[in-house]
Structures are given as structure tokens and as C-alpha cells.
Design a binder for this molecule. Structure first.
Ligand code: NAD
Length: 366
């Protein structure tokens, strides 16, 4: 078997895991890792028994496929160089900084006739994969993605860093286009927005509420879907899927609570789940991590020429929706007037203390 010669460009927090997983795949030969920080490149190369590069250029002619895991601002520059060379590319999310950059990469991949995949990893979360196979037509969706502040990805804000995952999931589950977008977001530490809430109205009538924060104490990543077929809840952290559906009796005869006497209503309380609504918890056999699944899928697409599950167009569509949300965030009037503070950077200063702060901190601040 000829092994696919691959490299990872950018081996920081996430890229080192791309490199580790690819080095372990029997059908791949990891021919090198490149990082603008030569010490980091050497550290990862030594760990994995491959060659370190402080620039990706020498790898252009040495690889059959590449994984790009640099900060977002460099995605276009690096991915375009490989696509122009006819090398298939997996680029981390968000695909690029702008839709115009994403369109350019899509064109380059099309011209070269090679697979171009975007790293929207939650599509490979087994709980989401399971839900996506079921016949559900979402009507109302709630997505929450909260993470602690990491100090990384400060070249982008919470929309492009976190919310973009859910935007891609929503578009794949509900289907576009989105008719109306309203959003509010605030920058707490300066620079880009750190927390955002958006309401999306899809043309097919579905409504989604999406929240992202990168200054939360505990991570929380979940999706809740209400549909005529029932309810689906995903916890992306534990990879659990919960499904609820109306049982046979409810479907066939319905229920008229308004016509029930007190005793029947009292009984109903205990019979809601079981007799009328059926519940299924799915959390077994979900051991394979989604980054391994995503990379295996990319390798398979390169070998077979198949279109990736998350294509350049998917990455572009999620980015376009993200740009609309960011535009709405920029216009939000905190006092409800045009002459007051507007947008994430103008989040009003606190009007008082919610609780008494520790004395020494107050002294420091004074
Ligand atoms: P990081 O800062 O930890 O790592 C980036 C690395 O790229 C650094 O080591 C840096 O030296 C290197 N680099 C910078 N410019 C380069 C260039 N031109 N050529 C080669 N190397 C270069 O960042 P990270 O957290 O690993 O994030 C990297 C990318 O992965 C970002 O696009 C981010 O959005 C994405 N990401 C995706 C997920 C996910 O869930 N899919 C999670 C985290 C990060």
C-alpha cells in the first residue's frame, strides 16, 4: 500500500493533535510539520519522529495532502499555496477571515479538482452523526457553546471562534437560507466580542437561538431541537443524545387536558413520560474521538476523490451567516437609541457592584 504523504502546518494547541493522529494512521506517512515558531515545530517533530520546518514552502512539492491548523488570519495564505499546487487541503474552522477569501479557496480547489475540507469537527461528534441520520424536521432550536477564556484565537471573536460550530450544524440540520438575523454581543476583555446571542429565522419557518461565550467558568456545548417528530438534545461534551417522541396512544388519540377531570390530570403527571412520551438516551459506544474521525474521513476523501462531508462551500456558508451575525452585533444599540453606545466594543460600564468585592481587590482597584 502506498502511503499518503501528509504534513500539518501550524502545530500549536490543536495542530499537534492533528499531527499525532495522522502519524498513527497506517495509510499516512507524516513527512513533516511546519510552524512559524521553529522550537514548536522541532518539539512536535521530535515527538513524532518526523521532520520540522519553520516555513511551509518546502513542503509544497513533498506532500499528497495537508492539514492547515494555523491561526485563522493565515488560513487563506497557506491553504491557497497548497491548492494552487494541486494538493488537497483540510483547513481548520473558520475556513477563512472573509467570504471572499473562502470563495477564492473553493475556486482553487475546483480548478485543481481536489478535495477541500473544513474542520467543523462537531459534524463528526457521534451524537450529532446519530441525530443527522434520523428523520427530524426542526422547528425550534437552541444552541449553547460556552468555554473558559484560553487566551488563544484572539485574532477572532466568539462568533468565529465558537458560534461558527453551531452555525454549521444548524445549516446542515435545518438547511438554509436564513431570512432574518438579530444579535447582541459584548466585548468584555477588549478587542473582539467575547459573548454573543443571536436569533435566526430560517426561510422554512424554523427559528434558532444561538449563544456563545468564551469567558465562562465551565464548558457547556449543547444543542436542543424541537420538531413535530419529537425532541432531541445533544450534549457535545459527553457525546450524549437524548430523544423524546410521542407514543402510539398520543399519536393515535391525542390528549385533551382541558377536558380532563382533576383525578385524570393528577394521573397524567406520572404518566407523561412512559405512557404518552417515550424517552431514549444514547450514550454507549461513543468512544472514537471526533478529531480522529474527521482526519480519517479527509484521508478517505483524498484517496477516493469523494466530496468531504464538510466542504469548502459549507465552511463558506457558515462564515457568511457569521458575518451577518457580526454585522447585527455591530449595530446593537445598548440604550435603544442611535446616539447612545452601539456595538460589542461599547458595552456599557457597570452601574454598581452585584455583590461586595473582596477588600484587597477593592484596594488594588482604587
Ligand atoms: P495556536 O495559536 O495554539 O497554534 C497555532 C500555531 O500556528 C502556532 O504554533 C503558531 O506558531 C503557528 N503559526 C502561525 N502562523 C503560521 C504560519 N504562517 N505558518 C505556520 N505556522 C504558523 O492556535 P490553535 O488553538 O491551535 O488554533 C489553530 C486553528 O485551529 C485556528 O484556526 C482555530 O480556530 C482552530 N481551532 C479549531 C478547533 C475546533 O474545535 N475545530 C479548536 C481549536 C482551534
Amino acid at each position: 500500500m502506498t502511503r499518503l504523504r501528509m504534513a500539518v502546518i501550524g502545530v500549536g494547541h490543536l495542530g499537534q493533535h492533528h499531527a499525532r493522529i495522522l502519524a498513527d494512521l497506517p495509510e499516512v506517512e507524516l513527512v513533516g510539520v511546519a510552524d512559524a515558531n521553529p522550537d514548536q515545530a522541532q518539539l512536535i517533530a521530535d515527538r513524532l519522529g518526523t521532520t520540522a520546518f519553520d516555513d511551509f514552502e518546502p513542503l509544497l512539492e513533498r506532500v499528497d495532502a495537508v492539514s492547515v491548523v494555523t491561526p485563522t488570519i493565515y488560513h487563506h495564505h497557506v491553504a491557497a499555496a497548497f491548492l494552487k499546487q494541486g494538493v488537497p487541503v483540510l483547513v481548520e474552522k473558520p475556513v477563512c477571515r472573509t467570504v471572499a477569501e473562502a470563495d477564492n479557496l473553493i475556486n482553487l480547489a475546483e480548478r485543481a479538482g481536489v478535495p477541500f475540507q473544513v474542520g467543523h469537527i462537531e459534524r463528526f461528534n457521534p451524537a450529532f452523526e446519530d441525530l443527522a441520520r434520523r428523520p427530524i424536521v426542526p422547528k425550534f432550536v437552541e444552541a449553547e457553546r460556552h468555554g473558559p477564556f484560553t487566551g488563544r484565537s484572539t485574532d477572532i471573536g466568539a462568533v468565529l471562534d465558537l458560534m461558527i460550530h453551531d452555525l454549521d450544524l444548524l445549516l446542515s440540520l435545518i438547511g438554509g437560507p436564513v431570512r432574518n438575523v438579530s444579535a447582541v454581543g459584548a466585548s468584555v476583555f477588549g478587542g473582539h466580542e467575547d459573548m454573543v446571542n443571536a436569533r435566526l429565522e430560517f426561510e422554512n419557518g424554523c427559528v434558532a437561538h444561538v449563544t456563545a461565550s468564551r469567558i465562562s467558568q465551565r464548558p457547556k456545548r449543547r444543542l436542543r431541537v424541537w420538531a413535530p417528530e419529537g425532541y432531541a438534545g445533544i450534549d457535545f461534551v459527553s457525546r450524549k443524545l437524548t430523544l423524546v417522541q410521542a407514543g402510539e396512544e398520543l399519536r393515535r388519540h391525542g390528549l385533551r387536558v382541558d377536558k380532563m377531570d382533576a383525578a385524570a390530570k393528577a394521573r397524567l403527571k406520572d404518566e407523561v413520560f412512559g405512557r404518552y412520551l417515550q424517552v431514549l438516551h444514547l450514550d454507549e459506544d461513543r468512544k472514537c474521538d471526533q478529531l480522529t474521525s474527521e482526519l480519517r474521513h479527509f484521508v478517505d476523501c483524498v484517496k477516493t476523490g469523494r466530496r468531504p462531508r464538510v466542504s469548502g462551500e459549507d465552511g463558506r456558508d457558515a462564515l457568511e451567516l457569521a458575518e451577518r451575525i457580526l454585522a447585527a452585533v455591530r449595530c446593537h444599540q445598548w440604550n435603544g437609541t442611535t446616539d447612545g453606545p452601539v456595538g460589542a466594543g461599547a458595552f456599557p460600564r457597570p452601574s454598581g457592584w452585584l455583590f461586595q468585592p473582596p477588600q484587597e481587590r477593592r484596594n488594588e482597584a482604587a
